[in-house]
Ligand binder design. Structure first.
Ligand code: FUL
Length: 454
């Protein structure tokens, strides 16, 4: 295949409707809750007694309210973590909430949260750990049936699900064996019962892991990546100049979707990156830990939501089933900062157009004209990704005193779903966005411009 055809193919790798909806969710909460909350551990070994689980003040509505105020649009609950303890009364195991003192064994944390989400127009999702250190079936074919049965319970009894989170961890079960997970079989069930839900997994199909748990995002975070990396996703292009063997690339690599990586691929898929991180060092609640600073959370928000990813922030409830006051305060601060920063789009009335004389297939410019000079330090760029992710490099300019477009104040790679560009304050009545190079024709939405206070 010649290079031009290859570029054209890569420009036309497009997201599904559900992937576009997922991108629009942008920022959602993760809740790690279970027996570890009571044993003060990160990983339970499956021998915990259900009698320890009793979050007497658990308040799902309050959690949804706090998350909403932070600017999140949904949440994902650990319905079962590696210890195998189920936060819903699963028919298929005794290792569950039904044998706990919580509401005298009549409680169902998954239902309480799902109901609170649906009632408050908040998206609901779940995490179901494939690794189960309690099930005696783990390591045998029957475990996959057991896991699928649990999946169906969660997919059919709790209303609409927006996101299903598969943890890639695969350790030993109680009998010392490891399990071969039937991901294609699990995915089939999700497509059958919740066709709109996106599926997160290290290797796709819909959303991939960013490769770390510290909230850092690649400088160039492409959603169009080698199929070998996300082999559970639909392969949208075929063939490549070099037929490499599997897998030559991994989630933690510094570069994933750049041209020099994808050119060696056997095919390309669309699979955006989710950045999952906890507000505290641990995923589960530990009293002595402190929440991360506002600055760290804000930067992570900007770099993820504004870096062609989604931000999945974990906030673990306490033994009482409440959000720790320190976390609640930090979330409130973050929500306020986000709200204030993006409250007023200064470009609402501006005129936005492509500069015809600058346009070739792989290069173009867009101008924004304002009726008066504005002060700003943030420009938000978005590609219409329903047509594919195309922009390789761009720069943003204003004019000098002689009317020439020579003052470049920002340069970046990758736009994709959203790029939030923040820089020192500028003052201008005209802004030019130069697409230095792209993989095909560029479909840029009208940019938004803000003045963000410190
Ligand atoms: C990891 C797990 O081992 C952690 O406990 C946590 O659930 C994190 C989100 O994923 O693989």
């Amino acid at each position: 295949m010649d290079f031009k055809t290859f570029l054209e193919n890569s420009a036309n790798v497009v997201p599904s409707e559900r992937q576009i909806n997922w991108y629009n969710t942008e920022f959602y909460g993760f809740i790690h809750f279970g027996v570890n909350t009571f044993t003060d551990k990160e990983w339970g070994d499956g021998t915990e007694s259900p009698s320890i689980f009793n979050p007497e003040k658990f308040d799902a509505e309050k959690i949804v309210e706090i998350f909403k105020k932070t600017g999140m649009k949904g949440l994902v609950i650990t319905a079962k973590h590696h210890d195998g303890f189920c936060l819903w009364p699963s028919k298929y195991t005794e290792h569950s909430i039904k044998n706990s003192p919580y509401k005298n064994g009549k409680g169902d944390i998954v239902k309480e949260l799902a109901d609170a989400c649906h009632k408050n127009n908040f998206k609901f999702g779940f995490y179901l750990s494939p690794w189960d250190r309690n099930s005696s079936l783990y390591g045998t074919d029957e475990y996959n049936t057991y896991y699928k049965n649990q999946l169906v319970e969660l997919l059919t009894n709790y209303g609409k699900v927006f996101h299903v989170w598969f943890d890639g961890a695969c350790g030993e079960g109680p009998n010392g064996k490891r399990q071969e997970y039937d991901f294609p079989g699990y995915i089939e069930l999700i497509r059958k019962y919740q066709p709109d839900a996106t599926i997160f997994n290290d290797h796709g199909p819909d959303v991939r892991w960013c490769g770390n748990e510290s909230g850092s995002c690649r400088h160039s975070e492409w959603a169009v990546v080698p199929h070998e990396l996300v082999y559970l996703a639909e392969k949208q292009t075929d063939g490549s100049p070099i037929d490499s063997s599997l897998p030559y690339i991994y989630n933690t690599d510094k570069e994933l979707g750049s041209l020099h990586n994808i050119i060696h691929s056997k095919g390309l898929s669309f699979c955006g990156s989710e950045v999952d991180m906890s507000i505290r060092p641990g995923w589960f609640y530990h009293k002595e830990e402190e929440p991360r600073s506002l600055e760290r959370l804000w930067k992570t928000y900007i770099n993820t939501v504004g870096g062609n990813c989604c931000f999945h922030l974990n906030v673990p409830p306490t033994k009482d089933g409440l959000i720790d006051e320190r976390d609640e305060k930090r979330l409130y601060e973050l929500g306020e900062k986000i709200r204030k920063a993006f409250a007023e789009n200064l470009a609402e009335e501006s005129i936005f157009h492509e500069v015809d004389e600058d346009k070739t297939l792989y290069h173009t410019s867009f101008d924004m004209n304002f009726s008066k000079k504005i002060k700003f330090n943030c420009v938000v760029l978005e590609e219409d990704i329903s047509k594919g992710q195309r922009v390789e490099n761009f720069a943003i300019y204003t004019k000098n005193d002689f009317g020439k477009w020579s003052l470049q104040f920002f340069e970046g790679t990758c736009i994709g779903n959203k790029k939030i560009c923040i820089f020192d304050e500028e003052e201008a009545d005209e802004i030019r966005i130069v697409i230095i190079s792209s993989r095909g024709e560029v479909y840029l939405k009208k940019p938004k411009v803000y003045k963000i206070d410190d």
